[in-house]
Structures are given as C-alpha cells and as structure tokens.
Design a protein. Sequence first.
Length: 552
Amino acid sequence: MDKKINLEQNLLALSKNNPDLSSRISGVEIRQNNYIFQESRSTDIVPSWLTPGSSLPLHSMVDPHREAKRLMDSIKEEGFIILLGLGGGYYAEAALEHKKIGLVLALDFNISSIKELFCSKDYTKILSDNRFHLIIDAAEYEIENFILRFYQPLLYGGIQTLPLRARIQGDNDAFTKTRLTIEASIKKVSADLSVQSYFGSRWFSNILRNLKKAEKNNNILPSIKKAAVIAAGPSLNLQVKSLREKKNDLFIIATDTSLPCLLSNDVCPDAVVSIDCQHISYSHFMGGLPKDTLLFIDLVSPPLIASQSKNIHFFSGNHPLTTYICKTWRPFPMVDTSGGNVTYTSVALAEILGAESIELYGADFSYPLGLSYARGTYIYTCIEFMQKRLASLESYHSALLYRGPLTKITRDTSWYYESQSLKFYRQKLEEKCQVSDFSLIPQEGLGAPIMVSNINKGIKVYKSDYSPKAAATSAENLLLHVKNSIQSLPQPMKDFNYLQLLTDDERIIFNTILPVAATLKRRFPLLNTNDLVERTREYCVNEIIRVLRIID
C-alpha cells in the first residue's frame, strides 16, 4: 500500500482516541531515516532500527505474528501490558487478542521515527482498539500519571513490561529512565491499594454518614497570612513555650494528635485538622474542643468527630467519591492529602487559606531519643490506662516504637530512629515546599531535619476560594442518585474486560466504589473479578440504604 495512504489511515484511527498525538505526528517532518523495512518469510513487514554500519530487526524475520503470539501465550495471568517500543505493532496486536489483557500501553521515543512506522504498514487494528494507548516522547511525570490513573490491579491483575530489545538499544538512556519511572509508579499504586484494602469500606461509610451534616455546613472562614502548623512529635515539648509566646501573632492549626498536648500547655488552637477515617481518632477529642476553635475534617472522617463542633468545615481529599460529590452536589474545598499524614494536610490547608509563611512545630518525622509522641497526646493516656505489673508503660512504648524496621541516625549530640514511612512523609512535605509559594519555617527540634528552601518565597500568588456554596439538592436525593447509579452499572460478563462495558459516566461512578472493592478483595481473596464487582455493588447499595433509613 502507498506510504501516504498508510499514514492517513493510521492517523485517522489514532485521532479517534488520541487526537493530540495524531496531530503531532502529522506535523512532524522526517529529516533522517531511523528504520529500514523488510519482508519476513511470512511476507509481513518488519522494521529494523538503523545503527552505524548495521540494522537491528525488531521482530522475527521468519514469522513476527507467530513470535508475538508465543510470547503472549506465555503470559498466564490477566493484566496490564506495557510495551517498550511500538515496532511493527505485532506485540500489541497479539496482546489485544487476549480478552484477559485489560490494557496495552506502548511507550516509544523519537516522534519522527513513529511517522516512519505509520508510513510503512497498517496499524489501524490496534490504534482503533480503546484498550490500546500510545505515548511518544513522554516526560517521566506523564508516564507516572497515566499508570496512576489507568492501572487498576483489582481489575487487570498484574502489570508486566515487555521490551523490544533491538529498539531499546537505539535509545537506551531514555528507555532506562522509563523503566525506573514505571517501577516507581507501580510501587505507588501498590501502596495506595494496600491502604484502600484496609480503609476502603470505612471511607465509603463515613462519607455517606457525613452528608446530612455537610449539606447545611455554611460557616465562613477568614483569610490568614501567618500560620503555625502543630504536629505531635516529641520536640513539641521543647517548642511549646516559644509557641505560647507567639500565639497571638499566628493562626495556629493543630493536627488532631497534637490537640490534647496544646490544651494542656495553655495553647488554644485556632483550628484543628483531622483526616483519619478510624474511630480511634475520636481519642484526640476526649478532652474537649474549645468552642471557638474551627474543626477541619475530610469527608471520610468518622461522623462522631463531626459532631464535636458547630464550627466545622468539611473538605475533600483524594477519595473518588468525595471528588464526585464536589463536582455534582456541593463544591467542598479540595485539600491535598497525598502526603499521607495529617501534618502534610495541615500545611496544605494553611496554603489554600492564604498563608504566606507557615511555622512548623513538633514535626520530627522520626523518633528522637526513641520517643514516639509529645507528652499529653492520647497515646500516653491510653498506655497509662492499659499498663499493669506484667506490662509496664515502657513495654507498651517499645511495642509501638519497634513494630517495624528502624534506622538509627546520629545528629550532633543527639540521635533518632527513622522508619521508611516517616521518611516518605518528610520527603513528600519537602517536595511540596519546592512547588509552593509559602515559606515553611521548621522550628529547631530533635528529629529528622526538614530540608526546605524559602528563597523568593513568601509572596502569595494563589488563594483557594473557601466560601461556602449551596448544595444542588438534599443529602437524601444525592444518596438516592448514587444508589441508583451504582445499581445501574452493567452486569459483569465472563471473559470480558469490565471497564470496556462502561460509558464515561458509568466509569466515574464505578471509580467511587473501587476502594470498597479493595477491602472486599482483602477479606475474600479468592473472589474473581466478576464476583468482586458484583459483591462490591451489592455492599455499597446496601450501605446507602442503611444510611437513608437513619436519615429518615
């Protein structure tokens, strides 16, 4: 077939699913040939990557279709396939012939060389399949964002990377970086899935039960400029005196864990932030919440905490159901909870409230001198209540401290233990500071130092709109709508990728219940994909019915 016809047909097929890439390839000029094209014994076209003095065929010169089929037949589990190199498209075509493979992503570099491929042969079969995605010359963050958005282990099973080895030799550095990005992205997905498996059903239940109170929540919040965020690390005991002296000059935002410690030291915070969905979070409020203190909670927080204050402000973190609620029912503020801990979220809250500088207290992100929390926090009260002759205060603290691997780090005349999770929390906060406008000012403490640069910081260029907006309808009507939408999702079909059954609107609804599916998969690991989808739908519908009965 004529090169021009091949190119036009391929670009037309690509434009249906990826018009931007189709336009980019159309506009590029081929200045240098990167491929030669030869016929295999089976008469299929095989591209060969040109190197100085030789060429490297990307597929079998005998029968590339049979080679690709054998490779895909060796993949036993359903999954998500990432191809490093597009080549002649034979790997992608063989992968898409397997109904158990949910998604195929091809990553390649040098857009001019892709135009050469599109001129050489017909790729319309794979380009027209909505399970196939092609990314060319992508930055690391684009690859990561794609994997985080589209890879659903509960539905796709495993994820596998298959390299076109001859193609990788042509851009070895680029493909090496891509491999590392893929590995890091998979770790993030796995970590997120692990959290969902423990808290998915609790998040869902809490959101539903908070909606009635959130419907009429119209409190207005003033803007702030200078803030202090208070974490509950042991260094807070040394820093609280300085905080008490400056408390009238700062808008004090306490993490829920630090609240009892502050109150016992005569520091009344202006606001408290809570994001944990577990009922143990209520322990932080057992000593009471001052009536003038604002309470900021994620919609996933326990309803019992929401009942503690009339000065309550709900916000949405990263849960897909709260995101859906903000878009369709009432636009609650979106506060970044991706740091995985309440200190990070409190800093993010101070930012969207307009803070130009944020002083940080008690943020050790480690266990200085082997201590876990500041005195006065709920953990001391709990342990003191549980201790007995055969289980002392110290033994409970040790059990808490040594529940996972620790690294001992010496710092000047002091030392601290650091865990992988605490190190991750600190690094996430440091990364946030690099791309934000506020100045973060960590107070001197005993824990892991927080590395921030405040050069050219302190001029606020962005402030979120935190003014309340009316709900589109009643909480009851919203719950009925969500219930009916979940019930209306298509029935799973045997040997068919479930996501391919869904419209765009149905996929949005399905994403809201995926964290529940993670919890059910942990409880019932032998459930196959179809049974898991059905069990999840049933669970969520029944939970909404229970909440509607409570509201009535």
